[in-house]
Ligand binder design. Structure first.
Ligand SMILES: Nc1ncnc2c1ncn2[C@@H]1O[C@H](COP(=O)(O)OP(=O)(O)OP(=O)(O)O)[C@@H](O)[C@H]1O
Length: 666
């Protein structure tokens, strides 16, 4: 344990129950939290099958040491969770029906406890966690009770947080920046800065991250990343914390640090529920309560200390010097026979049996809980899911996006570099194409090449980067950092300067190297079309990226561009398109782009072109060229409107897809 963590754990400071509002001032009282050192040092534990746990620490108080609580986080009123006959099924596929994963499981997680959901791989641990946290809503049957009342998901989510197995952090932000951004989302701009900083400092200190506050999150070790994930959620001081495998991938020292920390949090009234694979005996003993699943059914629920007596009571005694956590997993896997699983499920009434809880005073009936916790009148703030308003969410998202943009210099340089290189190459390739009458067709090719460049670079970049954001979006959106509207608005706004800048450099280079007419209004028209095409392509990229993963997206996006190219009027003129395919030209944004470019360069009464390279210039008169390609040349504004409408429609559709995608996973 590092020094900071040690110091944090030793300090004596704890808090009394305080109001549940996030920004309520802390009220302190001096108590100490016993630290159970564990009697299973080497992965083995000697146990007495008859010794029932009575709720007191598993270890003699001689070995206790004091933990430092979070001095800036008010303690919480414990919240009791109970679930009855919970079933969860998934659709396996078209005409294949449904597969049931949780089979009418029951259970009770009393407040202020550290609870482990254990079981072999595929037992349904993560699924149960998802169902209880409200992350999964569809295909769930049964009832979840919070303090004796049927769970109201909206208000329940306000007191909970969900920490996913993968950390999904903002890797380009430092620890402190991550914390400050989270504080701005969760506490809002009106929360006093000094108190915000004090809360951040307190959390970082206790979690042993204070000395790493200026380290980029991406450079932290696995254990530090996990602690940062917890730290970010602690800012809003949740009452219930759900953690999916918080110790997976960590060494035993980091595991102990994380579990010690969770224990501290539980001791202050929070209900901490986490899934865990196969803890060592020492780690296992740290949990207050354990809930064991096998194939979607409950094998045991009760205190960790009561597991051995329970196994003894059902004639499945845990061998001496065997880690009970290992033994129950062996039983759950069916290593000792499949009949034992059913025997245990029956013995526990699939989670209905509450006889093996360490502290019987915590096992209150639903009616008693309802009397203990009267109904609270909903307040105005209670109707909004996020802690702060849309404007604050957008501002904070933009601030975070700007920091990320500045740090991600490789991508920024790459985007600028690609635009300069491609523009220079095309400019030199089509040099003088813009004013030479004999090279009008070459210039037409250049316009199409421009369209390809703008559409492909922006679209593919979005298709490749957006899906990687989805995991972070899912986590932060579920944890109520921001609404989807604010997120989407920030995504739309953040890329405007970069796309515009890249378009501008590209257009300047191509325009002047290829000798396009040196008139400001024609340059502006040319640039406007480039910009709009880039934005439409980006919208399509968003649409694809919102729904498909990177692999499928990189296939779908270019393939979907092919019909757009076909109908652009480039290979086959708009006049020569077969009547039954004419509709295609109206939905092709590349058609409007090409028409817009032609209008900018050859429309608006362009004067007769010079004809020096060859004695005969077929397209010396721009009008003749316009007739040849069956374009009017005076439809610039129609093209601009059409591109704007395309952009708007694709953006709206991308938003709808994104929303549907977020719903689909739940
Ligand atoms: N969408 C799905 N379609 C089909 N089966 C699913 C789906 N989601 C989950 N399952 C199945 O449900 C079972 C439980 O999954 P879950 O992820 O909850 O297990 P777990 O106990 O958390 O496993 P692990 O410890 O390996 O993460 C597994 O057999 C899994 O294959």
């Amino acid at each position: 344990m590092n020094e900071i963590m040690q110091e944090g754990l030793r300090a004596e400071l704890s808090l009394s129950n305080a109001p549940s509002a996030v920004d309520a001032p802390p009220v302190y009282k001096s108590t100490t939290v016993p630290f159970e050192k564990g009697n299973a040092q080497n992965g083995t534990v000697e146990h007495s099958p008859d010794a029932r746990d009575t709720g007191s620490p598993l270890i003699n108080s001689e070995d206790t040491m004091e933990l430092r609580a979070f001095s800036n986080l008010p303690s919480r009123e414990p919240v009791d969770i109970q679930f009855k006959d919970v079933t969860y099924s998934v659709n396996v596929g078209f005409r294949k029906g449904k597969k049931e994963i949780l089979h009418k499981v029951n259970g009770k997680f009393p407040g202020g406890q550290l609870i482990a959901i254990m079981g072999p791989s595929g037992a349904g641990k993560s699924t149960l966690l998802d169902v209880l946290s409200g992350y999964k809503k569809s295909n769930v049957n049964g009832a979840v009770y919070v303090n004796g009342r049927i769970r109201n998901l909206a208000s329940f989510r306000k007191m909970t947080c969900y920490i996913t197995q993968d950390d999904h952090l903002q890797v380009l932000l430092t620890v402190l920046e991550n914390m400050r951004i989270a504080a701005d989302f969760k506490l809002g701009p009106n929360y006093p800065v000094q108190e915000k900083d004090a809360r951040i400092e307190d959390i970082l200190t206790v979690l042993g991250l204070y000395e790493h506050q200026f380290t980029l999150a991406g450079r932290l070790s696995g254990g530090q990343k996990k602690r940062l994930s917890i730290a970010l959620e602690l800012i809003s001081n949740p009452t219930i914390m759900f953690l999916d495998e918080p110790t997976t991938g960590l060494d035993s020292f980091s595991c102990t640090q994380v579990v010690d920390l969770l224990k501290t949090l539980a001791s202050q009234g929070r209900t901490i529920i986490c899934t865990i694979h196969q803890p060592s005996a020492k780690l296992f003993a740290e949990f207050d309560q354990v809930y064991v699943l096998s194939l979607g059914e409950c094998l045991y629920q009760g205190s960790t200390g009561n597991l051995v007596p329970y196994l003894h009571s059902i004639d499945l005694p845990c061998p001496k010097y065997h880690n009970p956590a290992d033994y129950i997993i062996e039983l759950a896997c069916g290593e000792h026979g499949d009949d034992k699983i059913q025997h245990m499920v029956n013995g526990m009434g699939n989670g209905e049996c509450l006889d093996w809880f360490g502290d019987p005073s915590k096992v209150l009936k639903l009616e008693t809980l309802r009397m203990k916790y009267p109904i609270q009148r909903p307040t105005k703030e209670n109707t909004i899911l996020q802690a702060t308003n849309h404007w604050n969410q957008l501002k904070t998202l933009l601030r975070r996006g700007i920091i990320r943009g500045k740090r991600d210099t490789t991508l920024t340089h790459l985007r600028i570099g690609v635009n300069i290189i491609v523009a220079a190459m095309l400019g030199f390739l089509f040099i003088e194409g813009g004013n030479e009458g004999s090279r009008v067709l070459d210039n037409y090719n250049l316009m199409f090449a421009n369209l390809m460049h703008h559409s492909m670079t922006t679209m593919m970049l979005t298709v490749l980067t957006f899906p990687t954001e989805m995991a972070i979006l899912r986590k932060e959106h579920f944890n109520r950092y921001y609404s989807l509207k604010s997120y989407y608005a920030s995504v739309t706004l953040l890329d405007i300067p970069m796309v515009s800048f890249c378009c501008l450099i590209y257009t300047v280079i191509v325009y002047f190297l290829s000798y396009q007419p040196p008139e400001f209004f024609r340059f502006s028209m040319f640039f406007t079309i480039s910009l709009l095409v880039a934005f439409v392509a980006q919208s399509i990229g968003l649409m694809v990226g919102a729904w498909f993963n990177v692999v499928n997206g990189t296939f779908i996006a270019p393939v979907s561009s092919i019909p757009m190219m076909m109908f652009a009027g480039f290979g086959v003129t708009l006049r020569d398109l077969p009547p039954y395919l004419k509709w295609g030209s109206y939905i092709s944004y590349l058609r409007y782009g090409l028409e817009g470019y032609v209008g900018a360069i050859y429309g608006a009464n362009r004067e007769t072109l010079v004809c020096e390279a060859k004695p005969y210039c077929h397209f010396k008169y721009p009008k003749r060229f316009l007739q040849e390609i069956s374009m009017e040349g005076d439809q610039f504004w129609t093209d601009v409107y059409a591109l704007c409408i395309n952009m708007l429609l694709f953006r709206i559709f991308a938003y709808v897809l994104l929303k549907a995608k977020l719903r689909a996973v739940r």
